[in-house]
Design a protein around this ligand. Structure first.
Ligand code: B4P
Length: 189
């Protein structure tokens, strides 16, 4: 089973590369960002709470996203593998994911980190904001806040996977196909 974590700051291209990996390897896509936006669209109480935080560029509580991932793992027993996109975003989430996977006799094979500088991230997200309708993509100050949250809470997750020998960093700037080729080489390496 191929279980991957796709990692990187907001706008690094995790969603973009996930779509290509799913097509090539038939993996189940678990994006906590997409799951939270679905809750917001459905108007659930969880979605209403999450929206308040997401609209400020702040991470939602660990317990909320861990619970969502647990449900999805249980719903997809027998899958060819999972791609975790935008999760884990804190060390507590990474530890919880390992525990959940162990309960299913599974583990993460690679943690692939897309490295992109702040200037490029801001450009990409403002560009996406013109069409995505996402409030968190339409304001430069909010984008800066998301990148700051990433630096403070999420970047340490890289060390967690490095200590397990699973961290693989790649340059996330360049042609989408070329970046995808680098990811495939890691997987098939
Ligand atoms: P997410 O939905 O995870 O989204 P993201 O980080 O904004 O984007 P991603 O990296 O997937 O970028 P994409 O491929 O789309 O998070 C949103 C919010 O949800 C968070 O701020 C947080 O509040 C909350 N949240 C989510 N998960 C959480 C968790 N686990 N714990 C707590 N809170 C959580 O690419 C962006 C743009 O760049 C696109 O327009 C794309 O076309 C473009 N692009 C991609 N690759 C490119 C390339 N190589 N060159 C040029 N442009 C490229």
């Amino acid at each position: 089973m191929l279980n991957l974590v796709l990692f990187g700051p907001p706008g690094a291209g995790k969603g973009t590369q996930s779509a290509k990996l799913i097509e090539k390897y038939g993996l189940i896509h678990l994006s906590t960002g997409d799951l939270l936006r679905a809750e917001i669209t459905a108007g659930t109480s969880l979605g209403l709470e999450a929206k308040k935080l997401m609209d400020q560029g702040i991470l939602v509580p660990d317990s909320v996203v861990i619970g969502m991932i647990e449900n999805k793992l249980n719903e997809n027993k027998g899958a060819a593998g999972f791609i975790f996109d935008g999760f884990p975003r804190t060390v507590a989430q990474a530890e919880a994911l390992d525990t959940l996977l162990e309960g299913h006799q599974l583990s993460i094979k690679h943690m692939i980190s897309l490295e992109v500088n702040q200037e490029e991230l801001t450009q990409r997200l403002l560009e996406r904001g013109k069409t995505s309708g996402r409030p968190d993509d339409q304001n430069e100050e909010l984008i800066r806040k998301r990148v700051q949250e990433y630096g403070e809470k999420t970047a340490p997750v890289a060390g967690y996977y490095a200590s397990q020998g699973k961290f693989q960093g790649i340059n996330g700037i360049g042609e989408i196909e070329e970046i995808f080729g680098q990811i495939v080489r890691i997987i098939e390496g």
